[in-house]
Ligand binder design. Structure first.
Ligand code: FES
Length: 161
């Protein structure tokens, strides 16, 4: 039986790494990692203009949400308009209103509160007028973008124009 030597022997192909060389390698890896972390958000920002989500939203010009009978007076219904959430409201005067349902504060999805007759954001309590989409209380800085509502063949159709 062959005896295994406990000593490590260096060969010509494997050179021991000195302290200076090791520190250079660590510094190189750290620099590459840092550069990647710094440049990745820039890459994401620059490439976001061509994302599928943006093109999916731009391809949608109208959505049939539901039948009129399915949305009683003083109720709202959230739905997808392309890639972004939207909301349609059957107001107390019988009219319909629709908006993008992305809160203008920090982007949470808003909903209709029948008990308050307001569009409400659960994240920080922001409120919008359900007839105009105007921000009326809480932190939202701007109104909700409006969409156009039409009733066609007893269905509620929401479109951009
Ligand atoms: S995200 Fe809607 S109120 Fe803050």
């Amino acid at each position: 039986m062959e005896k295994v030597s406990k000593e490590w022997k260096t060969t010509d192909s494997i050179q021991p790494v000195g302290r200076k060389q090791f520190l250079k390698m660590v510094l190189g890896v750290f620099s590459l990692s840092w550069a990647g972390m710094a440049l990745y958000p820039v890459y994401r920002y620059l490439s976001s203009g061509n994302s599928d989500a943006t093109s999916a939203e731009s391809n949608v010009s109208s959505v049939t949400v539901c039948k009129v009978a399915e949305l009683p007076v003083n109720t709202g219904k959230n739905f997808q308009f392309g890639s972004s959430p939207a909301i349609v409201i059957h107001a107390q005067d019988g009219s319909f209103h629709a908006f993008k349902a992305v809160c203008t504060h920090l982007g949470c999805t808003v909903q209709y509160r029948s008990d308050k007759s307001l569009i409400w954001c659960a994240c920080h309590g922001g409120c919008y007028n359900p007839d105009t989409g105007k921000n009326v209380s809480g932190p939202p800085p701007k109104p909700l973008p409006a969409l156009v509502v039409k009733v066609e063949n007893d269905s509620i159709v929401v479109s951009i124009t």
